[in-house]
Each structure stands twice: as structure tokens, then as C-alpha cells.
Design a protein. Sequence first.
Length: 240
Amino acid sequence: MADTPLQPGTLYLVATPIGNLEDITLRALRTLRECNVVAAEDTRRAGQLLKHFEIQKPLVSCHKFNEARKSSSLCQRLSNGETVALVSDAGMPGISDPGQRLVRAALAAGARVEPVPGPCALVAALAASGLPTEEFHFVGFPPRKSGARRRQLEMLTEIPGTLVFYESPHRIGRLLAELTALWPECPVVLCRELTKKFEEHLHGTAADLAARFKDRKAKGEFVVLCGEPRSALAKTSGDD
């Protein structure tokens, strides 16, 4: 299929590399080169990406703290016939990253929204996990507070298929401890540093994996995948 020009008044959701810059797609590069403006979760990181590929475009910040406010001005650009490329720090905008509010605002304003697919930590980890992929449930980042996190996990016990979470290195130990208490027989896969030099895929029960990180500092954002069976134990949870 021949390249088609960007359509005026369109918001393009451009997936960017989650680590390895070679994962950028040709279509993503063309969209970034031809758009009128790039809306970025972090203009510094987006600027580094554009510089690497020798692309010069105006950058506008659009992160979780200003997305509601910036949506109005970006929608005005779309109504004026401009093309806007939205990028997050890594992966697909709107997937555990800013973008949902802008997409809703653009659609409500009658603008066209088009995804430019590419790298996604969720899909990469699931495909390589060895766990069932026919049915899965993406949870994103679990709640920070232990009581809310425990309640969420309890509700997910009966959900069929593979569960997929994102988690930070600072909270991975607590999550693994809670998974051990709730689902001791559940197969778990931890993926970290995906597409980077020190990429790891660790398999075992939550207790096995918690032991590995007991005396080891966790680094890099994690994708946590939980298979079946998941056994429902005591349904007691307390607030922090």
C-alpha cells in the first residue's frame, strides 16, 4: 500500500519504542515528520527521540497533570485543519499513559483519531510469557495503597485468562508478597527492561520470584503476568 498523506484535522496516536530505538516503525517516523505539531507526555524525552531521527517539529506538553487543559487548545488546532501527533514516553499513548482525555475530547469535537501502532510492553510481554494468550485481562498499574490493591486482586481471582499488570520497581516486592498470599499456586512471569540490553523474563510462583528479589535491588519497570489456576483464599483485606 502506498503512503497516503496525513489527513487534515486528524489526531495521530503514535507508538514509540519502549527501549530499543530500532523498534520505531516507518509509518511512525513519517507521521512525526509530516505532522504540524507533536504533543508529548515529556517534551524532553520526545525531543531526544526526534533529534535521534533528525526530525524537527514543534513540541507541546500533554501529560496527566495538564491533559484536560491542553485538550482544548489541541482540539482547536484540529478544527483548524492541523495534524497532531500524540506520543507518550514509551509505547502506545493512552495505554497506562496520558491520551485518553485528549482522544475523548477530539472525538467529541468531531475530529478524526487514527492509531499508528507499534511497540507495546503489554503485548511484548504476553507473547513471550508462555502463558495463555487466547484470553487475557489488562489491569495496568494496581492501586498504590495496600488495602485497595488487595481488594482489586481479590476481585480479579475469578476473572478467567491471564492477568497482566504494570508495576514500578519500588512496589514490585509488595505486589509479589500479596500475590503469594492470595494465589500461592498461580504461575507468574516477570518481564523487565523489555527490548533493552538487560531484558529479563523470570518464571515461577510469586513466592519464587519474591525470593529472587529479596536481596536484589529491582530496576526498571515490570510487566507482571499471572496465569491460572488462581485460588481464592481468605477474603479479608484491611486499609493502610
